[in-house]
Design a protein around this ligand. Structure first.
Ligand code: ADP
Ligand code: MG
Ligand code: MG
Length: 887
């Protein structure tokens, strides 16, 4: 039965069957080509086979019957538009067969150029171009790519032979090889295919075409493509489209060439057209790093100035049309420019902020669009360290500053090794002559990437930039020898394992460890955050345990503290001893003695925090962790404590042993401590209110929220809240002043969520402790999850680690229900979140949707949460995220 589904969409100058809106079907590349054609830009004619077929083909192993017929109809159309025919001996049409998914995965899948060549058609190409070198260069590239992609032989066997020929001829670049050599290479490459794959290279262009189409579909499932999707959370079932495009030739002479351009600087965001190009070359040459390309600015002057002006005009038009920074691929043939691709440019966080804000200033987009355009996570990069400008450093080489930031680590030359060592927690700098997509997992694992060859648009540069990873490319002074495990640079030798620092902001390669400092963020950032703050409903607080943390939190724009963990205060210096005394004290009076020592320390800390947060709420959580976390472990520690407490060592040892729990995470912790030892709660409440009165006495505004942890039953909350309220009254009476305060509970056990209505009768606020709530909902311990959780994510059981990204379907359901039950009883119930999730963009958006009042996260993530909260509010108002809709 013929299918009603359409598989193939044509495009050509001035017209296209599809458009930018059809990314799901056409993929990003196909959609971009169609849109450019519709805009009347010079695009070679071609057609796109639907991405919807990809997964079906991969699962069933065959293409639908009616696809061939439909594709051949579009091929006829293409031949007409090009005025050439596939397989024609006199005037052959050559095509490229190119992958392209809905979400850009640069260089991760396959492309084959110059398809349609055989011993007969190559003669037609020679006759037409009067350029045998060009014709055989195209032919040998075609056979090489076909062998690599369709017969899965990789690049190496062909490159080795090519390198040998160049050496024999004593030439550096393949364009310097004469036609005879290139013709001989074609034969040699075919022989390699015959020997290694046991197949004869297909002469029939139609057979070539279908072989290439199937191979492009299959390239969706290569390891590097799968790795890339995992890192970027791209679904595996999306599939790639296949684009068949008439070839235009950049390798026909010195007035021909190919390049990549960005409409703005993707490192800094500055509005300047920039990029790389090569004359007498084909596309792969620029991005592969095989030849070091020229900066686009060079095209501006001299013979090819006309090409530059045309490119500038088109770049401008594309940016105005898509209203976003574009990453453009182009080729020029005898001075005539063709556009081969346009897509949304990957950029650093810095560039994302600057370009978005400047586009608002230019009237291209609205502030709302700017707010929605910057991925919140990318703000993290603005906080990346840089090499201290005042530090004295030994620079051993300089390359191109491909992706900013700075990192120090051990030099490693192999991607697998980098991955293995990074798993052990080592800081790695991946050093390569150049990177290929096969190095992807090594780039992920490394702190920074350094290559000897390649331009700003080389593979390493693009991939690293997309991940916000420090990267320097084209450090030409480097002579990298991965086999020997060393590189040379300006007379120095650096061996595998030696430490270097890579400065992706300046391009410097520095010997040893350099001092790193945090950069100052610019005015565009302030503007963007102002727009974001004006549009969000969620308040953003920080988790902070010390006065220093609290001050930093304010600098990042935190509007209060959502979680102040009191136990952290007890680990410092002398305090741990008093804490230990309290824990092992045999009776209440012993505990009270020790608590009396702790009280002034705790009060002083609270004072500092209230001072730093004057005018903003501070949520203080009462003692939470299993007591044994504080216990002495080594013999010296036990001996010291025994002496301080004037207790015999064996007795102390018995006491310590008696506190060991089988399952501390579910043991004697949280409010259970305050229930068994009410004097702890009393001391903490006293310290809190004394500090609050003191600070209020200095004329500052103090807003206190006391939070009871790990509540499962309303009776636990009642007893603890009673103590807190009683102590508050006592202190207010003694001090002769009162401060406003709330008593609330953490919701971090499923039973608390299920009985949230009962809790809300007593609790004036809820704070979701999503770390524990995730742990107890899944019934898995965070401390042991490392053994299996990564596999769960890798194998797709879970989309994400639920401790990083809130599990909205499961844990989220409990949260939603608890908010509803709580507000049903107490409509003005204040609700927030204080787990790790409070700084993770998708989780922050969830918190907005369920109607929380605030999120609280680590100070460094406050800006991320502010931006995510604004995006959530805009999404709710239905302001369309145009970034996602553009190519
Ligand atoms: P990728 O997805 O890795 O960018 P492409 O399909 O864009 O792969 O192909 C890589 C390069 O091959 C392009 O940048 C371009 O220079 C060259 N190329 C692709 N198709 C053509 C064509 N029809 N004519 C000339 N060059 C082409
Ligand atoms: Mg491309
Ligand atoms: Mg907890």
């Amino acid at each position: 039965m013929p299918s009603l589904e359409r598989y193939v969409y044509s495009f050509g100058p001035g017209r296209a069957d599809g458009s930018a809106a059809m990314r799901d079907v056409l993929g990003g590349k196909g959609a971009g080509l169609a849109e450019m054609a519709n805009l009347g830009l010079p695009v070679p004619p071609g057609f796109t086979i639907s991405a919807k077929l990809c997964i079906r083909y991969l699962e069933e192993g065959i293409l639908p019957d009616d696809l061939r017929e439909e594709a051949h109809r579009h091929l006829k159309q293409l031949e007409q538009a090009a005025g050439k025919k596939l397989g024609d001996a006199k005037n052959p049409l050559l095509v490229s067969v190119r992958s392209g998914a809905a979400v850009s995965m640069p260089g991760m899948m396959e492309t084959i150029l110059n398809l349609g060549l055989n011993d007969e058609t190559v003669q037609g190409l020679i006759a037409g171009s009067e350029n045998p070198r060009f014709a055989y260069d195209s032919y040998r590239r075609f056979v090489q790519m076909y062998g690599d992609v369709v017969f899965d032989l990789g690049k190496a066997p062909f490159e080795e032979v090519l390198a040998a020929v160049k050496q024999r001829r004593k030439v550096k670049r393949d364009i310097d090889l004469p036609a005879e050599d290139l013709a001989a290479l074609v034969e040699e490459f075919k022989a390699i295919i015959q020997a290694k794959a046991s197949v004869t290279f297909p002469d029939d262009p139609i057979e070539q075409l279908w072989g290439a189409i199937e191979a492009v579909f299959k390239s969706w499932r290569t390891r590097r493509a799968a790795d890339y999707r995992r890192v970027h959370s791209i679904p595996d079932d999306m599939g790639t489209a296949v684009n068949v495009v008439a070839m235009v030739y950049g390798n026909m002479g010195d007035d021909c060439g190919t390049g990549v351009a960005f409409t703005r600087d993707t490192r800094t965001g500055e509005a300047v057209l920039n990029g790389d190009f090569l004359t007498n070359a084909q596309g792969e040459d620029v991005v592969s790093g095989a030849r070091t390309p020229e900066p686009l600015a060079k095209l501006k002057r001299g013979r090819l100035a006309k090409v530059y002006r045309e490119l500038e005009r088109i770049a401008h038009k594309l940016e105005r049309h898509f209203k976003d920074v574009q990453d453009i691929e182009f080729t020029f043939e005898h001075g005539k420019l063709y556009m081969l691709q346009t897509r949304r440019a990957q950029r650093t966080g810095l560039a994302a902020v600057r370009s978005a804000v400047e586009m608002v200033d230019e009237g291209l987009i609205s502030p709302e669009e700017a707010v929605q355009r910057v991925p919140p996570q990318d703000l993290d990069q603005l906080l990346h360290p840089m090499v201290d400008p005042r530090a004295a450093v030994t620079v051993i080489a300089k390359g191109l500053p491909a992706s900013p930031g700075a990192a120090t680590g051990e030099v490693i030359f192999d991607a697998d090794e980098a991955e293995a060592l990074a798993k052990k927690g080592r800081a790695i700098i991946l050093v390569r002559p150049e990177t290929s997509p096969d190095d992807f997992h090594g780039i992920v694992a490394a702190k920074a990437v350094l290559t000897a060859r390649g331009g700003m648009t080389s593979h390493a540069a693009v991939v690293a930039r997309g991940m916000g990873k420090t990267c320097v490319v084209g450090a030409t002074a480097l002579d990298v020898d991965p086999q020997a495990g060393r590189f040379r640079a300006n007379g120095r030798v650096v061996k595998r394992g030696q430490v270097i620092t890579v400065d992706g902001t300046s391009g410097r390669v520095i010997l040893g460890e350099a001092k790193l400092v945090l950069p100052k963020v610019g005015t565009q950032y302030a503007k963007l955050m102002m727009w974001a703050d004006g549009r969000r409903r969620l308040r953003v607080r920080a988790n902070a345990d010390t006065p220093q943390d609290a001050r930093r939190a304010r600098e990042f724009g935190a509007e209060g503290i959502g979680l102040c963990r009191t136990e952290h205060m007890f680990f410092e210096g002398e305090r741990i001893n008093a804490m230990r005394e309290m824990i092992v004290a045999p009776d209440e009076s012993g505990r009270r003695r020790a608590l009396a020592k702790l009280l002034p320390m705790q009060r002083a800390d609270f004072e500092g925090i209230f001072d730093a947060m004057a005018g903003f709420p501070v949520t203080i959580r009462l003692l939470d962790p299993p007591l044994h976390e504080f216990l002495p472990h080594t013999n010296e520690e036990i001996a010291a404590l025994a002496k301080a407490m004037q207790t015999p060592v064996p007795k102390l040892k018995r006491l310590v042993a008696s506190l060991v729990e089988a399952n501390p995470m579910l043991g004697h912790r949280g409010c259970r401590l305050g229930i068994t030892y009410p004097e702890i709660t009393e001391m903490q409440a006293r310290a809190i209110f004394l500090a609050a009165c003191k600070v209020a006495g200095r004329g500052r505004k103090v807003i206190v929220e006391v939070m009871i942890p790990l509540v499962a039953h309303v009776e636990e909350l009642r007893r603890q809240a009673d103590i807190v309220r009683r102590v508050a009254q006592e202190v207010f009476h003694e001090e002769g002043r009162a401060v406003p305060y709330l008593v609330g509970t953490m919701i971090e056990l499923p039973r608390a969520a299920l009985t949230a209505d009962e809790l809300a009768r007593l609790a004036e606020f809820f704070s979701f402790g999503t770390n524990d709530l995730t742990q107890t909902t899944f019934g898995l311990s965070r401390d042991d999850a490392g053994r299996f959780l990564p596999l769960y994510v890798e194998s797709g059981i879970l989309d994400d680690d639920p401790f990083q990204v809130l599990d909205q379907e499961g844990v989220g359901k409990l949260i939603e229900m608890a908010v509803r039950l709580g507000r049903g009883v107490r409509p003005d119930l204040k609700v927030g979140i204080c787990g790790e999730h409070g700084g993770e963009p998708s989780s922050v958006k969830f918190c907005h949707r369920v109607g929380m009042n605030y999120v609280s996260c680590s100070p460094f993530r406050v800006s991320i949460a502010r931006l995510a909260a604004a995006q959530a509010a805009l999404e709710e108002q239905g302001v369309i995220n145009r970034t996602k809709a553009t190519v």
